[in-house]
Design a protein around this ligand. Structure first.
Ligand code: ATP
Length: 166
């Protein structure tokens, strides 16, 4: 029988961020967004930087995600993200400060500056601001369920993605 729900799990090397049954997931791949419904064909994909959206009943939850991997199975979606935050947990002032810092670096056009690092920082800050805004607009508070206390998932960081960060 086709599954009617997806168990969504979002973890980073430090934190279990979400673990719950949902109806729909939209995740940022490297080349754009994937929409996933229950019964989706198995798939393994790299995560890009973007806003993760998941829907349970009428409630939508938004999270910023940057880097990592996602495994999709007919009845579950597991995201092992390098960094991720729920929209409601994002410190918007901090993201704005990060945005300004990154923009300054990019505008300075100095030779010793690592533009890839600054571009990635800018991208993370913009995604955080977007996810926070979406979370604010949805007007719903996210209540995580089923997270096992003390559980610490392990995610290997790839050399390439670690190098992209500072
Ligand atoms: P900053 O320069 O503000 O630290 P950053 O993009 O360099 O931003 P990351 O290295 O991506 O930060 O993340 C470091 C940790 O801080 C992660 O655990 C991430 O979830 C958290 N984090 C970063 N920015 C924010 C924010 N605006 N609100 C909440 N948590 C944040």
């Amino acid at each position: 029988m086709e599954p009617t729900k997806l168990t969504l799990r979002l973890v980073t090397p430090d934190r279990d961020i979400a673990h719950e049954d949902v109806d729909f997931v939209q995740l940022p791949g490297l080349d754009g967004y994937f929409g996933i419904l229950p019964g989706h064909a198995p798939m393994l994909t790299e995560l890009g930087a973007g806003v993760l959206t998941f829907r349970a009943g009428g409630a939508q939850t938004f999270a910023s995600v940057a880097g990592g991997f996602a495994e999709v199975l007919p009845d579950r979606v597991i995201l092992l993200a390098e960094v991720a935050e729920l929209g409601e947990d994002i410190d918007v002032a901090r993201a704005q400060a990060a945005q300004e810092r990154a923009l300054k670096v990019l505008q300075a056009k100095a030779e010793h500056v690592d533009f890839q690092v600054a571009r990635a920082a800018l991208e993370r800050s913009l995604i955080r601001i977007q996810a926070a805004k979406l979370a604010g607009q949805s007007g719903m508070k996210h209540t995580p369920r089923g997270i096992v206390a003390g559980e610490r998932p392990h995610v290997e960081k790839s050399a390439a993605s670690t190098a992209e960060k500072k």
